[in-house]
Design a protein around this ligand. Structure first.
Ligand code: BGC
Length: 762
């Protein structure tokens, strides 16, 4: 270890060489940063440069003694010798300070580490899973929710989140669907933008913001058959028009980092893909932040059959534009010799290091490496009342009312005898969902607790088979699939003669997420059987679904009068659900993803193409695009969601039937609330480009507005359609609006039929 006086002397000379900012002066101009990065780069050896490109997982119990041997010992030595630029999965100010101290005070140049963590939907205070948040269509709420996550993570020593995941996916079999915004590139782009703004705020060096990371670049959400890590093969139109837009939106929001992906894309692994990283991202889009690999994805190029060994994998990844290697060790082991052998240009290494150092400057780490390590702030910020209130609001906004026959909901607040049934009803862990690494297990408000907040009704709780409460999550995960019937009859008996039965069914919190692909999308375990048995003795059932993906719940849709989609809603889950069930909050969520009737229909998405044979030409003729055993229709379409208010759409008007190139069209309709409750409706605008150089979808979302109406109130809602709304990646391989006829639709879901038409650019 360097002694303190040597360190102090060296630090002084380093400060003079690179002109570090003083503690008061954290916001550096672009020019300042470039100058400082360049002068620091000039001091670095090749090994130190490669070190910046190396990221390690937290490697020992930093509160304990430094390991003496094994892999961890090697990593520790690397930290001291400047061979590590970043670490992930180190959390808490005390732990982060310890690793940071080694990098800053014991390595030759003392360059601080950037500390990464998967802060996906909250840090300790957990927000709804991202797919649920997407159902709110409320960008301000989503931005604030990401802000809560950032503030808590930053208070805990972290300065970089591996979020947002902006992978569009049309496949609910894919477990990671819960991490994204669903199937639509327009909604996905708006949400991607909001999340980046929420994480990064206006000032990256502020102590309540973190650098964001758009992942997984690119096309990971199109893994074949929804099987995680599987092959991706998609064409130009889908890549540019569907997959790229949310990534581009993160750039527009000023994102600092990207993560590449595990999958191959059209035969080339994303990690070694120069087209994605160099041509598109750093070339056409001018991204000046850095790209981190996914966990071990440099190494996985060997299994992909793209690299023969670790050295070749390092060469391919670095040349393709992957700036930082997460846990493959191939950069740290091979990059130096690859440069010396002329297989990787030294200028590419310089470019990668510049990108990484720039973000460190922007985060204020070079000014004060411990700026995120204040234990006092950690205590006050994490779990604050304000944060709990914000995630409660986000949770209420994420709930989607799928069915409400006979206005069974909202429930009366007194005089009811209620049975609360289902393995998830009292579960305090599942609502936290997947990807909540820092959360304390079992800290969500359960539905039972939420309902107990209302004292006017009697509640009989019977879990039924499926979960043993109080056990750790990974055990519960298996229990929900149980065939053990204990509790089954008791639950059915509890449902008899009650005024209403609330059943909380769905997926355990860890049944979605990474590595959790499913081939069937029904209710796992005995839950479907339980639902039917309860319904047989009491028809007044409210089904509350807790899940991380669309489910095939046809039977429930046919029989159960009220269905509430409550996803995995995070820390305040039970309170949000209770407020909706009792009408203290009128649901306004809309599905960000199609619910299929059958797994065999997947991929099923609203913005599909028309095909050459869209309709049955004559009765009994089979030669059209369909199934012989299932309809083409979804169970619930994209954009669908009810309210306790009753919204009606009418009177669509267009400002003109024809507009020249560059012109705009205004479209409006009358929205009325014919119900007894005040409510909010997400009014959606869709277009269809009827003839184009590359075929266009039958509908494409191009705008939405939340409108709040009192009972009996009507309002004209209007949207302006600009040329940019008509653009797509055309056969000329550019984004352009082609002249021609467009249909335009307004309504409360993607199945709306209220339409008009106009001609553009002719
Ligand atoms: C995931 C990434 C994540 C990384 C680090 C990988 O398995 O694909 O999304 O950020 O691990 O935890």
């Amino acid at each position: 270890m360097k002694n303190t006086s040597t360190y102090a002397l060296f630090a002084l000379s380093l400060t003079m060489a690179i002109g570090q900012a003083t503690a008061q002066n954290t916001s550096l101009s672009e020019g300042d940063i470039t100058r400082k990065v360049d002068s620091l780069l000039g001091l670095m050896t090749l090994a130190e440069k490669v070190g910046q490109m190396n990221q390690y997982n937290g490697f020992w119990d930093v509160t304990g003694p430094v390991p003496a041997e094994g892999d961890a010992a090697g990593k520790y030595e690397h930290l001291r010798t400047g061979k590590v630029g970043s670490m992930l999965n180190v959390q808490g100010t005390a732990e982060v300070r310890k690793v940071q101290k080694i990098a800053v005070e014991e390595s030759r140049l003392g360059i601080p580490l950037i500390i990464g963590f998967d802060v996906i939907h909250g840090y300790k205070t957990i927000s709804p899973i991202p797919l649920a948040e997407a159902a709110s269509w409320d960008m301000e709420a989503i931005r604030k929710s990401a802000g809560v996550a950032a503030a808590e993570a930053a208070a805990s020593g972290i300065n970089w989140t591996f979020a947002p995941m902006v992978d569009i996916s049309r496949d609910p079999r894919w477990g990671r669907i819960m991490e994204g915004a669903g199937e639509d590139p327009y909604l996905g782009s708006k949400i991607a933008f909001a999340r980046v703004k929420g994480f990064q705020g206006d000032d990256l060096a502020a102590t309540h913001t973190v650098a964001a990371c758009a992942k997984h670049f690119a096309a990971y959400g199109f893994s074949e058959a929804g099987r995680d890590y599987n092959t991706v093969d998609v064409g130009t139109s889908t890549l540019y028009n569907v997959i790229f837009p949310p990534f581009k939106a993160t750039l527009d929001a000023g994102i600092k980092t990207f993560m590449n992906a595990f999958n191959e894309l059209n035969g080339v692994p994303a990690t070694g893909n120069a087209f994605l990283q160099r041509d598109i991202l750093k070339g056409q889009w001018g991204f000046n932040g850095f790209v981190v690999s996914d966990w071990g994805s440099v190494n996985e190029m060997i299994a992909h059959g793209f690299a023969a060994d670790g050295k070749q994998a390092a060469m391919l990844a670095a040349n393709a534009g992957s700036d930082m290697d997460m846990e493959s060790y191939h950069y740290v082991n091979h990059l130096e010799s690859l440069v010396k052998e002329g297989k990787v240009e030294a200028s590419l290494i310089d470019d990668a290091v510049r990108r990484i150092l720039r973000v460190k400057y922007e985060l204020g780490l070079m000014d004060d490496p411990y700026r995120y390590c204040d234990p006092e702030r950690e205590k006050t910020v994490i779990g604050s009342t304000e944060h709990q209130e914000l995630v409660l609001d986000m949770a209420r906004k994420s709930i989607v009312l799928l069915k409400n026959e006979g206005d069974l909901l909202p429930l009366a607040k007194s005089g009811l005898d209620i049975a609360l049934i289902g393995p998830l009803a009292a579960d305090k862990d599942s609502p936290l969902g997947s990807w909540r690494l820092a959360a304390d297990a079992g800290t969500a408000v359960s539905v039972l607790e939420g309902l107990q907040g209302y004292e006017g009704n009697a509640i009989t709780h019977a879990a039924g088979p499926g979960l043993v409460l109080g056990e750790p999550s990974f055990i519960m995960e298996t229990k929900i699939n149980t065939t053990d019937r204990s509790g089954f009859e008791a639950a059915v008996a509890a449902a008899k003669n009650k005024d209403v039965v609330i059943m909380v069914l769905g997926e355990h919190g860890f049944q979605s997420g990474e590595g959790r692909s499913r081939t069937s999308l029904g209710l796992p375990g005995l839950q479907q059987e339980l639902l039917e048995a309860v319904y047989a003795v009491n028809k007044k059932v409210v089904l509350v679904l807790m899940n991380g993906r669309p489910l095939t719940i046809n039977w429930a849709d046919e029989h159960i009068p009220a269905i509430v989609e409550a996803w995995h809603l995070g820390s305040q889950s039970g309170n949000a659900i209770a407020q909706v069930l009792y009408g203290d909050y009128n649901p306004s969520g809309k599905l960000p993803m199609t619910f299929p009737k059958d797994v065999g229909q997947i991929p099923l998405y609203y913005n599909h193409k028309n095909t050459g044979r869209p309709t049955q030409p004559a009765p009994d003729l089979v030669f059209w695009t369909h199934y012989i055993d299932q309809s083409n229709d979804p169970l619930y379409e994209f954009g669908y969601g009810l309210s306790y208010a009753k919204f009606r759409y009418s009177d669509l008007e267009l400002s003109s039937a024809a507009v020249g190139a560059g012109g705009t069209v205004t479209v409006s309709c009358l929205l009325s609330n014919n119900g007894a409750y005040e409510g909010t409706e997400v009014v959606q605008l869709y277009i269809r480009d009827l003839v184009a150089s590359r075929t266009r979808p039958v509908k494409e979302l191009k705008g939405f507005q939340s409108i709040r109406l009192k009972p009996g109130e009507s309002r004209r809602v209007s949207f302006t359609i600009a040329p940019s709304d008509l653009e797509f990646y055309s056969a000329n391989n550019v984004w352009e609006a082609e002249p021609g006829e467009f249909e335009v639709f307004l309504g409360g879901s993607s199945s709306t039929e209220l339409k008009g038409a106009f001609v553009y650019g002719k």
